[in-house]
Design a protein around this ligand. Structure first.
Ligand code: SF4
Length: 381
């Protein structure tokens, strides 16, 4: 399985927590930028002729902010330059403050068949604190336009003054409006963003409080028929995101656009984060990748485990052996011993017990240390 990621870096306004590559004041560049992106698609397509791609994901930034004909143009170019699977999942991230009937019509005609809506919270004062451009009513309006379509909703935890009641209202709004998938994740506070001041002032919930909100949200979602299939992702049966599952299965993907990352043919590479440099490179016929690394076998083994342990299915031990020719027990005996009380076996899979999935980072530490020890040992030989 393989995916295509398209980065659209324009937003109407910079949110107070945003550390993504997104430009609030450059939408006038959208047409020129997308023309470069079409060219990068062509360049990549020529190299990847042997591949069939199963998913396309338009992320950002705010893909729904730019003129929809530019999204349709990208889909045309993808179909021209790549082989897309017949039932390919094609997702577009959508900000409820930037949507209208005409846009939805163009997206559907272009072949978008899944939407990911950034609601974050149903509490308007919290949306204002986050610097979001929409309110809860805009979300309701957007979901009415998407009636009958497959869409996911983002829910954010750890907001200033957020209570369980607020989480309940947000989840209930999302499910009542027809969301078939919910991504529920904690606010990450990055140094240098405006919300960092709130964090320093102790105005945001601490990690224990966020964990409580998460547990509350998880229980509520499960009561409503949403199964958790990854730490932050919950879906009605059959509505899991294929694009994200491919990441967690360590599948290949090509990322196109400024700051987009790729994993293809054993290499991880990332495009420049600078919009002007990106456009200059593409116009001159060069790839704008600024970092590129071959993943060695020990790193690949750790990546396989780290990504799979994020999911409820866990690590498929047969798939691991097939990929590397060695077993998990041979490669990570010490880490398995240290974490055994947090893990459970389910057929051929080993996974983190339900109650510990939220704290999986600490469970991964022994695996990381064992991998590092092996790398250091290899360096000394
Ligand atoms: S909409 Fe998303 S990408 Fe744009 S500024 Fe807000 S958080 Fe950043």
């Amino acid at each position: 399985m393989a995916g295509i990621y398209i980065h659209v870096p324009f937003c109407r306004h910079k949110c107070s927590y945003c550390d993504f590559v997104s430009y609030p004041d450059k939408v006038d560049y959208a047409e020129a930028y997308m023309a470069c992106l079409y060219k990068e698609l062509k360049m990549r397509g020529e190299e990847l002729k042997g591949y069939t791609f199963d998913t396309v994901y338009f992320g950002g930034g705010t893909p729904s902010y730019i003129p929809p004909k530019l999204i349709a143009g990208a889909m045309n170019q993808i179909r021209k330059c790549f082989k897309l699977a017949k039932n390919a999942e094609v997702t577009l991230e959508l900000n409820p403050g930037t949507i209208g009937e005409g846009k939805v019509f163009t997206y559907l005609k272009a072949g978008i068949n899944r939407f990911s809506i950034g609601l974050q919270t149903a509490i308007d004062s919290q949306l204002a604190d986050l610097g979001r451009i929409h309110n809860a009513q805009d979300y309701v309006f957007a979901t009415k336009l998407l009636k009958g379509q497959n869409f996911s909703t983002d829910v954010m935890l750890g907001l200033k003054g957020q209570t369980k009641e607020d989480v309940r209202k947000t989840i209930e709004l999302a499910t009542a409006c027809g969301s078939s998938h919910i991504s529920m994740y904690a606010l990450t506070v990055e140094d240098g963003t405006p919300i960092y001041t709130d964090y320093l002032n102790g105005e945001l919930p601490d990690s224990d409080e966020v964990a409580e909100l998460y547990e509350y949200g998880r229980t509520l979602l499960e009561e409503k028929g949403f199964a958790r299939y990854e730490i932050s992702n919950f879906a009605k049966k059959g509505y899991e995101s294929k694009h994200n599952l491919n990441y967690w299965k360590r599948g290949e993907y090509i990322g196109v656009g400024v700051s987009a990352s790729s994993f293809m043919q054993g290499k991880r590479f990332t495009n420049t984060f600078d919009l002007d440099e990106y456009m200059k490179c593409i116009i001159s016929g060069f790839y704008p990748a600024v970092t590129s690394e071959e993943v060695d076998v020990d790193d690949a083994k750790f990546e396989f485990i780290m990504l799979a342990l994020r999911t409820s299915a866990g690590v498929d031990m047969n798939a691991y052996k097939q990929a590397f020719g060695t077993s998990l027990a041979e490669d990570f005996p010490n880490a398995l011993k240290k974490t055994v009380s947090y893990l459970e076996l389910d057929g051929d899979c080993i996974r983190i017990k339900d109650e510990y999935l939220y704290v999986q980072n600490s469970i991964l530490m022994p695996f990381m240390e064992e991998e590092r020890t092996k790398n250091e040992g290899a360096g000394m030989r």
